[in-house]
Write a protein that binds this ligand. Sequence first.
Ligand code: MN
Ligand code: MN
Length: 299
Amino acid sequence: MSNPIPPEYFKAGSIASRVRESIRKSVTSDARIIDICEEVESMIGDLGGKPAFPCNVCINDIAAHYTAEPADKGRLHDNDIVKIDIGVQVEGYVADTATTVSFDPRFVDLLDATEVTLNEALSAAKEGVRLGEIGRIVSDCSKRRGFRPIVNLSGHSLDRYKIHAGKSIPNSWVPGSVQFTHGEVYAIEPFLTLPDGAGLVREGSKTTIFSMITRKRTGDKDLDRLCDTIWSRYRTLPFAIRWLNDVLEPVDTRSLISKLIKRKIIRGYAVLVEEKGKPVAQFEHTVVLAEDGTKIITK
Ligand code: MN
Ligand code: MN
């Protein structure tokens, strides 16, 4: 008998699921990005969790890694396809889930195909199954539906205070012997685009999400003070500039963070954009491989 799944995962999962369903139902076609992010993050707190990363709101060809900037002016439009990706942590145990919404009927099939693809992948997530098998299912299922998976984005194993704990769950078939393992936690997240998309993302010019790589003294009072704050609040989990509004002016936070990136103390996660500018949909759930089978904790 190996280590039981910490119960905090189930609490984080249930909070993440409630928040996702609430925002999915309440979001309007002209909502401000910053309002969506702040509502998601405050709901997480109200339900007894903490955000595991800044709420991601990624519109159209932006596939991942966009969160609202301080005083972000961006908002949704009637014809957008919008991915909302939510992370909740309870004592460092993380649940990661995402949904896609659109008010434009031309995206109904893409949304539907992505959700069906996720469900097929989830039913295959069992101890001993190779992670590459999920990639094969995602690839087959999305193509059968007339779409294309984004092959350089993947799901991942999770661990305490770690969103990417070392194992990737591909969205295309890849050879390899790594298997789903009892006692582990995984996020499965197919991203689909149109058949004439590249099926790849590239890094865009903006970076809105950051995390601490290592904690070390810099000899600079301002940098050390910011590092202390980030470490005490977020450890190595991702954060946004606007989360530090109570400490520093956003312009100062950004310039100190640039210095910390140069010193390899902090890393940035560039926004990821579909290479041919095609719209992207994403659905994501977190599963635990418990004693009595696979449980979707964010259902
Ligand atoms: Mn996610
Ligand atoms: Mn994820």
